[in-house]
Design a protein around this ligand. Structure first.
Ligand SMILES: *Cc1c(COP(=O)(O)O)cnc(C)c1O
Length: 408
């Protein structure tokens, strides 16, 4: 038997079925018209942002990293909740524009921004988080051609990283950001060339559950930002401090102690060095805002035995849920939180392997999991599906096509 991850709090049963925002899984499937289906609940986004607002000092804004869940309706809902948006492509810019988000609230990071993407962002008035000297030079040239003053920030590649981070994106040689020692010269160059100086972006990592690690990374970020501001010789209008707040996915994972992170940041923000005294601060979060708001529902289409092992074969799989299948940056495959949605809360009766419909042994949703008995027609739910699900999985693989998505 292999345990499944912890089901996020706040999910109840109605008539023995998993309910999402008070609505039964089978009713949601009926509304969408099909499985597999991602359901995202507005009230869960709202609650998460409210928790953050209560914990973080008012001075620190909240940005949404659109790549976590770029569904247009989700982005539109976020527009009423968060302060800013971080995008990583002109495709994400188009989504933000399509739902009417003011480009002044958007910043654009990501290595390898094409000229047409830079042009679209400069034209719209989006802040560019420059990732290299070459990208800065191209941005300045494109801005001159367009005849518009570019808003320029620098993404810094810091020499430290977020400890215990699921995905390390700072420290040492990286394709992301500009090495800290090169930032002051480039920043002064950008300003001399007429760019509007927007400050710094320092992202140190992702998916950390340790408050201590996040507190340490934030302290390092603020110290580095102050030092760079002094070297640049110009106040920082804005500092994007990165994020990295993680959510529990696996057995034994404990939720991040947000109150501790908030208390430490409140204290630090109350005594900022002079170089940062007027600086607008923000954190940028993806999965922490969206992950637990989403559930993936897939239907059992076959039940079979092989050498004494019971398989529940579903109509979903890794083409929608690459991370849950264990093929998105994990070394050892562990089970995401999951359940038989049509028997939510029922006692476990058997050990099953829940798999997807793709013709590859990689397509696993839950291994050796203890579940109540499920038959053809039952619904399986995979939790923590609101971030890096639909858009971070190879939906073209094997031709089954994308899942339906529903924001409720
Ligand atoms: C991916 C990414 C994020 C969001 O990461 P989460 O783990 O989803 O919070 C934020 N900022 C940058 C620069 C990123 O690349």
């Amino acid at each position: 038997m292999k345990p499944v991850g912890p089901i996020p709090p706040g999910f109840a049963a109605i008539d023995g079925e998993l309910a999402i925002a008070g609505r039964k899984a089978s009713d949601l499937v009926a509304e969408a018209g099909r499985t597999p289906l991602f359901v995202y609940a507005r009230e869960r986004f709202d609650a998460r942002v409210a928790e953050l607002r209560a914990a973080l000092p008012p001075r620190v804004g909240i940005n949404y990293a659109v790549k976590a869940n770029p569904m247009a309706e989700v982005v539109a809902h976020m527009a009423g909740l968060v302060d800013g948006f971080d995008i990583a492509s002109s495709g994400e810019l188009a989504i933000c524009q399509s739902v009417g988000i003011d480009p002044a609230r958007i910043s654009f990071a990501g290595p390898g921004k094409r000229d047409d993407e830079l042009a679209a962002a400069i034209t719209a008035g989006v802040t560019l988080n420059c990732e290299s000297a070459g990208e800065l030079a191209r941005s300045l040239k494109i801005a001159e051609r367009i005849g518009q003053r570019p808003r320029i920030a620098m993404r810094v590649n810091p020499s430290f990283e977020l400890k215990g981070s699921g995905m390390k994106m700072g420290g040492g040689a990286k394709p992301f950001g500009i090495d800290a020692d090169k930032v002051p010269d480039l920043a002064r160059h950008a300003m001399a060339a007429g760019a509007e100086w927007r400050g710094l972006h320092i992202f140190t990592g992702s998916q950390a559950l340790s408050a201590e690690a996040i507190i340490e990374a934030q302290a390092n970020v603020l110290a580095l930002a102050a030092q760079l501001a002094e070297e640049i010789g110009e106040a920082l209008p804005k500092l994007n401090m990165g994020g990295g707040f993680g959510i529990p996915y696996f057995p034994g994972d404990e939720p991040l102690d947000l109150a501790r992170v908030g208390a430490a940041l409140t204290e630090r923000v109350a005594s900022l060095p002079p170089a940062l005294s007027e600086t607008e601060l923000c954190v940028e979060l993806g999965r922490y805002l969206a992950g637990e708001a989403g559930v993936y529902l897939t239907r059992v289409i076959d039940r079979k035995e092989s050498h004494g092992v019971t398989y529940l074969v579903t109509d979903g799989g890794l083409h929608h849920q690459l991370a849950a299948s264990g093929n998105f940056g994990t070394v050892v495959r562990r089970n995401y939180p999951s359940c038989i949605a049509t028997r939510f809360g029922a006692a476990a009766e058997e050990e099953v392997n829940i798999v997807g419909c793709l013709c590859t042994p990689l397509d696993r949703l839950a291994d050796n999991a203890a579940m109540p008995r499920a038959d053809v027609g039952d619904l399986v739910a995979i939790f923590c599906a609101g971030a890096y699900g639909a858009s971070a999985s190879p939906s073209g693989f094997l031709g089954h096509g994308p899942a339906a998505e529903l924001l409720i």
